[in-house]
Design a protein around this ligand. Structure first.
Ligand code: 13P
Ligand code: SF4
Length: 378
């Protein structure tokens, strides 16, 4: 049986016998302590040849092995800058690993320890749907429009933006990128996160009534031609299932329990939650805000559970709690586990690259244009 992986340096397909790679099964029964030891040992053997990048939503038993951590913007910057290591092991989700592959140097290989670590929001905008929407807008004569995709999207969606003079943004730079985009065109088409788009539009000063939602299942996205012509921002109907769990009533409940609590949320939360919060920003912003807060301060945080629990542990002198009462965990981020991290590292030690993330050269070229525009505008 053959396993085919793509070789990003030549674009050629390289065939490997599956038997050459260590199977994952033997890792599934290892104890926590054994996994920890073996991951550390593999890192030591690999030395500078490997850098482990970790997103802030990673679980504690994985993030503890990361050489560098960040939000999705910082991780993309690191991938664009750290050209020393041969391998970037990405503890995060698929779209982040794809971006790292696009931004890293030709001699580097990006590895995602579990290929099933995707993002349900990114899956909500497919290229054929975006192209169809774009075509419908063009047919209406709506041409003075600039596409912006959230980092949480597939590489081919980023490439679409690259081809159409558009850009990528993250939750930490959406506002400056909206400013840049509105200096180019009179209208924005934002995908796939309706909420980040709306929250950023509001910060930019666009009233709610000048934003419409594009539902890809409906003709004209469910809008009339006039609504589309008058809108300043067309928002793709996509959302994060984790941040979608936070509701405005949770803000009221937390404030009723603790009148002096501050509410700090990620801008993937809906507008009603963000409007009622005290502060909103990327995961890096959330971490920094709580780190810099005075001892004794109280925080209800509307973001992924692993990060909130870590912040509570890291700052015992502050009260840090999840904004919602029920579990808000990103199940796909959680798929990166010590077992598959250990498996991918020990395979590297044995000379095998498993779970290589490789974006085809043509897609990578256009997506890089949109990512480079983002990295240049701060
Ligand atoms: P950050 O860019 O804020 O880290 O967010 C990424 C993400 O997927 C949030 O759900
Ligand atoms: Fe995607 Fe939401 Fe998970 Fe972020 S938290 S990776 S947006 S599903």
């Amino acid at each position: 049986m053959k396993q085919v992986i793509a070789d990003r340096t030549s674009g050629a397909a390289v065939a490997l016998k599956r038997s050459e790679a260590k199977p994952i099964d033997e890792y599934l029964n290892l104890s926590e302590a054994e996994l920890f030891e073996r991951i550390q040992a593999a890192k030591k053997t690999l030395g500078d040849r490997v850098v482990i990048l970790g997103h802030h939503y990673q679980r504690d038993d994985v993030i503890c092995h990361a050489d560098l951590t960040g939000d999705s913007f910082k991780l993309s910057q690191l991938a664009a800058e750290r050209h020393d290591a041969e391998h970037l092991v990405f503890c995060g989700v698929h779209f982040m690993a794809e971006s790292a592959d696009i931004l890293s140097a030709a001699h580097q290989q990006v590895i995602l320890p579990d290929m099933a670590a995707g993002c349900s929001m990114a899956d909500m905008a497919r290229l054929d749907q975006v192209e169809d929407a774009w075509e419908q807008l063009q047919q209406l004569g709506i041409t003075d429009v600039l596409p912006i995709t959230y980092m949480n999207s597939a590489a081919n969606i980023k490439a679409f933006c690259g081809r159409h003079n558009g850009v990528v943004c993250t939750s930490s730079n959406a506002l400056p990128l909206f400013k840049w985009a509105f200096a180019q065109r009179e209208k924005l088409f934002f995908f796939p996160d309706e909420h980040l788009g709306r929250n950023t539009g509001i910060k930019f000063g666009i009233p709610l009534e000048q934003m419409v939602v594009w539902d890809p299942r409906l003709e004209l996205g469910g809008n009339t031609p006039d609504q589309l012509r008058q809108a300043k921002i067309i928002l793709w109907k996509g959302f994060c299932s984790v941040h979608g769990r936070f509701q405005a009533r949770h803000v009221d409940d937390r404030r009723a329990e603790h009148p002096d609590i501050k509410v700090l949320v990620h801008p993937e939360c809906c507008y009603e939650v963000v409007a009622k919060s005290d502060l909103n920003g990327s995961t890096e912003f959330i971490i920094k805000t709580i780190a810099e807060a005075p001892a004794g301060s109280k925080w209800a945080v509307g973001t992924e559970l692993n990060l909130v629990n870590r912040l509570a542990k890291r700052h015992p002198d502050k009260f840090v709690t999840l904004l919602a009462p029920d579990l808000c965990m990103c199940a796909t981020m959680f798929r990166i586990a010590p077992e598959n991290l250990c498996w991918s590292l020990e395979n590297l030690v044995a000379g095998q690259v498993v779970n290589h993330i490789s974006v085809d050269a043509e897609t990578a070229r256009w997506a890089k244009l949109a990512l480079d525009r983002m990295l240049a505008i701060q």
